[in-house]
Design a protein around this ligand. Structure first.
Ligand code: GRF
Length: 192
């Protein structure tokens, strides 16, 4: 959708809350030859996020913000993003909801990965709901972030079969493997 020429890379910030396996897949992708992104910032609401270890390993600046004080933190984040000239935010297992104010004030692109086939199962506990509803398929979605939760335009989805034997845990694991594949593919699709 956005054709880029030359060597310029898109300065990217990844927002995480937990394990950071999607962050890791994005870092690996960013290091591939043709990747158009450069991850220069990791933001977390949780100082105990396991994914913060990638900051040290890959020498990427990290910053933790207290989302109990959301509007103050969001203001500080916006200032930091501006200072670091961030053009792309990838939400990757970021478990806080960004305000409308933040989303409209940030002038770049914000993407999110959600572990369901949106528009089905927005919000939390997707795998539990999928299993309870005996869905035959679930999956994951990369979409643009808009002020309405999990409702922005869909960029890419991957469908995964739900087996009768699946539990929340096995389903989450299967879907996560696909998340790691489609997040980079979605970025490739929009910036080429
Ligand atoms: C992923 O399934 C993501 O879609 C969801 O939380 C999980 C986070 O995984 N919102 P990780 O932190 O990227 O390993």
């Amino acid at each position: 959708m956005v054709k880029l020429t030359g060597l310029k890379k898109i300065k990217t910030a990844v927002f995480i809350s937990g394990t950071g396996s999607n962050l890791f897949s994005l870092i690996k992708f960013s290091k591939t030859k043709r990747s158009k992104i450069l991850i220069s910032l990791i933001i977390s609401n949780n100082s105990k996020s396991k994914g913060l270890k990638y900051s040290k390993i890959y020498k990427i600046k990290k910053k933790i913000f207290d989302f109990n004080k959301r509007s103050i933190s969001e203001q500080k984040i916006l200032e930091l993003l501006k200072k670091k000239q961030i053009e792309l935010i990838c939400l990757a297992g970021f478990m806080k909801i960004l305000s409308k104010n933040f989303i409209t004030k940030f002038k770049g692109t914000i993407l999110n990965i959600h572990p369901s086939l949106l528009p089905k199962y927005k919000g939390l506990n997707t795998h539990k709901k999928v299993i309870e509803n005996r869905e035959k398929f679930s999956g994951c979605t990369v979409h643009f972030v808009t002020p309405k939760l999990d409702s922005g335009k869909i960029i890419l989805q991957k469908r995964v079969k739900v087996r009768k034997s699946d539990t929340e845990k096995t389903l989450a694991k299967k879907i996560l493997i696909q998340e790691h594949k489609i997040y980079p593919l979605a970025i490739k699709k929009i910036f080429y």
